[in-house]
Unconditional design. Structure first.
Lengths: 97, 717
């Protein structure tokens, strides 16, 4: 799997910052330096990870969830993360990749 | 060291017989095993550390030493375990100073056992660090912490498989907050530490292409540097592919043909980049995650439905876009009110204690004795002035510890992030700033949580402007003497506000000049809310309070004595009688002469030679200003003591305008000696410490000059 790959039939990637509270998405790509991206991977923010928008503050920072872990990122950062939106219906059970 | 305790050390595995009998020392001898505790922030690592070491833990290092790690000792099953609590880190990639400290310790000290504390409710992410520890090839023990919470949420683990996947690493479920599993964990640590339980090295597969490049580089390293063992060379090769700056520097230092090796590493990285269309460090990080993720698929038997947790419900209110800020400000107000109000009573008590002490000690010698003067004016006066404000500082630190341990501090950083961005910093810088209200030294150490060096230096340089506990005695003295009761509280709060505003303005200025550049992306984990434990808060807050107290016992004691000597000697040749004699003696002393020499410079800001003399104390530590004022005026005044000799003396000689000038100067300028030392240590150079000292002092001079002169023109007394 290359870091930028995503499923062929998946919807077009969108910017994480554009998603409303409560939506779910799969992370596709982060724009930024290698050091930053490696640091994000260490925190679990890697391509393929499923994230959940807890709080999209509009102009303030952005809170997202991965499993039971809450991560807050700056607004600028939220604009640099591309995701594929997922159906909100399947919330809960962990997906096996 | 009883027989029953000894039996604890029996390993569960079958390797017991393989351990040579000679490895066991004769009865009664104590074997030593060096243990390091590693883990992510919020994994409960420190709680576990406190459980394991009990009361024996002592505080890490303070000025001059670059690493802050806690150490403790525990005897278990006839084995002396020396435990080191490493800073909490997400990885060993050395993105932040904390990670660098943790990694350097593991590589250089080579502990016998590394206990990796993992949060069982978040296994996949926690295993990432475990994978990096496996790469280092150190003997591991896994503490599966918060296993009660995980069980409650419905997680089920296959521990035997987890152990096998990691290379027969013992996996011990623990609940650090209750101490569950601590004995079993210590058993495992002893068994691994004494080599009674062997581990396999499990190589992480980074994919055929990356593995091939690692092999090639490792072979080149081994050919070149015979000192590297095969596993070490693989690790170095991996780090070179990851473009790790610290390892590159190290290679340059120790490997003979470093330039060739680095060129080969760059070529390999370029090949991988062409293949994956991404930086190798990202690919490798992803593969590590892949290992962690794969392991989780095998060992997590049941995963719970993820749900809206109680933390989210609390956050909906506390981190609300509109409610968040008022709640935050309310909490801050509460913290500061508690600091001053609750602190008043013990402060009065300590004042009386020291007053009684100086009276008692003073009574032992006749008036005019040099030894009496040294003890009463130098030692008791100097140290007492500092210790008296310990309650305030301690209450503030305990309150901050509650905020940190409960998880609120991360929310506070989140709430202020939007405003901090305006000055070019982000929310995380706020945490050291808050600690700075207690003492600048732990605050500067707390800047380690900032990843970017630009952010870190900016925060460090402005931190002394946060009005620390040591300024409090100055305000209390001067505000009490020179301002009407209804003005006292506003002036006090005003000083704090001036400091904060100055810090923000200066930070903005620094980010626009010296540390120009894009804002560092802000990423921070919000830990789940937890009820802080009493023990945790006491240890956490107490540790910072201890730093403050230690300053009183060491730097301040030494400087008090020096200052006393400077103000007492040399003695004038011909003694005049009475009060005049004291005044002449002070003017004649070394400190008096320095004060006089500074008068032309300091007169425009309203300082006479006596204030200058007292400021000599503030150069070492702010609180010494008060003690030094005391010495200057005690030597000056008649020997019979009035109820408030210092206050009366000050009221006679100075005006409120001068008092304000003194307070402002002490707030903005002259970072104390301990701050200079810790900034040097944390920034890695005297340059920053010197720049900070000179810059802040110059700024203070200019601001006070402006305030004092304009105040004079406007007709204020």
């Amino acid at each position: 799997m290359t870091p930028t790959a995503h499923h062929p039939k998946a919807p077009e990637p969108v910017i994480l910052a554009s998603l409303p509270d409560g939506s779910r998405a799969r992370l596709v790509q982060v724009e930024g330096g290698a050091a930053l991206r490696a640091r994000l991977v260490a925190m679990g923010l890697r391509p393929g990870a499923e994230v959940h928008v807890v709080h999209n503050g509009g102009r303030g920072p952005f809170v997202m969830a991965m499993d039971d872990c809450r991560i807050v990122i700056g607004r600028g950062m939220a604009h640099r993360i591309r995701v594929e939106p997922l159906e909100p219906a399947a919330s809960g059970a962990r997906r096996r990749r | 060291m009883t027989i029953t305790a000894e039996s604890h050390a029996q390993p569960e595995g079958t390797r017991a017989s393989a351990a040579p009998a000679s490895a066991r020392p004769p009865r009664g001898a104590v074997r030593l095993v060096r243990v390091a505790l590693a883990g992510r922030p919020n994994s409960g690592k420190t709680t576990l550390f406190n459980r394991l070491t009990g009361a024996s833990q002592h505080v890490g290092n303070y000025p001059g030493v670059t690493i802050e790690k806690k150490e403790g000792v525990r005897v278990h099953a006839g084995t002396r375990l020396s435990l080191v609590d490493l800073p909490g880190t997400y990885s060993l990639a050395a993105y932040s100073v904390d990670e660098q400290v943790a990694r350097d310790f593991l590589i250089e000290e080579h502990p016998d056992v590394v206990v990796c504390v993992v949060d069982a409710t978040n296994l996949e992410r926690n295993l990432y660090l475990v994978v990096q520890l496996m790469e280092l090839g150190l003997p591991l023990v896994l503490a599966l912490n918060m296993s009660d919470v995980a069980a409650e949420r419905g997680y089920r683990f296959d521990l035997a498989t987890l152990s096998r996947l990691l290379g027969d690493v013992p996996v011990v479920p623990t609940v650090a907050s209750r101490g569950d599993g601590a004995m079993e964990l210590l058993d495992a640590v002893v068994a691994v530490g004494l080599g009674e339980r062997a581990q396999r090295h499990v190589p992480i597969a980074y994919g055929a292409e990356v593995d091939a490049e690692i092999e090639r580089l490792a072979a080149a390293l081994e050919a070149d540097a015979a000192l590297l063992a095969p596993r070490q060379s693989r690790w170095v090769a991996l780090k070179l592919l990851e473009n790790d700056p610290a390892v590159r520097r190290q290679v340059t230092r120790v490997v003979p043909r470093a330039a060739d090796i680095l060129a080969a590493a760059d070529a390999a990285a370029a090949r991988l980049h062409g293949l994956f269309r991404d930086e190798p460090e990202v690919v490798i990080a992803d593969r590590r995650y892949g290992f962690a993720s794969g392991a989780c698929r095998e060992v997590i038997l049941r995963t719970p439905e993820s749900r809206r947790t109680r933390s989210d419900q609390v956050d909906a209110i506390v981190a609300h876009p509109l409610l968040g800020l008022p709640i935050f400000l309310g909490l801050l107000y509460l913290v500061f009110t508690a600091t001053f109000r609750l602190g008043e009573y013990p402060v009065d008590g300590i004042h009386h204690l020291f007053h009684w002490l100086s009276g008692t000690v003073g009574g032992l010698w006749p008036a005019g004795s040099a030894l009496k003067s040294l003890l009463v004016d130098g030692v008791i006066g100097g140290v007492g002035g500092v210790v008296a404000f310990l309650p305030n500082v301690l209450i503030l630190f305990l309150a901050i510890a509650v905020l940190e341990d409960s998880g609120y501090m991360a929310r506070a950083a989140f709430i202020v992030d939007r405003w901090m961005h305006r000055i070019g910093l982000h929310g995380k810088s706020f945490i050291p700033m808050l600690i700075g209200f207690g003492c600048t030294v732990p605050a500067i150490m707390a800047t380690r949580i900032l990843e970017s060096r630009r952010d870190r230096l900016t925060t460090m340089l402005v931190l002394p402007l946060m009005s620390c506990g040591a300024r409090l005695p100055i305000y209390v003295l001067l505000v009490g003497v020179f301002f009407a009761p209804q003005w006292q509280a506003p002036v006090m709060w005003g000083m704090y506000l001036v400091g904060v505003v100055a810090a923000l303005v200066l930070a903005k200025l620094l980010r626009a000049t010296l540390f120009r550049g894009e804002d560092e992306p802000f990423v921070m984990e919000l830990p789940p809310y937890r009820v802080p434990t009493l023990k945790g808060v006491l240890l956490h807050g107490g540790r910072r309070g201890w730093m403050y107290l230690r300053k009183a016992g060491t730097i301040i004691l030494g400087v008090s004595i020096c200052l006393w000597a400077l103000t007492s000697y040399p003695k004038p040749p011909a003694a005049a009688p009475g009060a005049a004699r004291q005044a002449v003696a002070l003017e004649y002393s070394a400190a008096g002469r320095i004060g006089k020499a500074l008068e032309p410079v300091m007169a425009p800001v309203g300082f006479d030679w006596k204030i200058n003399t007292a400021l000599l104390g503030a150069v070492a530590a702010k609180e010494l200003f008060v003690a030094q004022m005391g010495i200057v005026h005690a030597l000056d005044a008649a020997d019979d003591r009035e109820p408030d000799p210092l206050g009366d003396a000050l009221r006679r000689q100075y005006t409120p305008r001068q008092a304000l000038a003194i307070m402002l100067f002490c707030l903005l300028g002259l970072p104390c000696a301990a701050t200079v030392a810790v900034v040097r240590a944390e920034s890695g150079s005297w340059r920053w410490a010197a720049l900070q000292w000179a810059g802040l002092t110059l700024m203070a001079y200019l601001v006070v000059l402006l305030v004092y002169q304009v105040g004079g023109l406007m007709g204020f007394a």
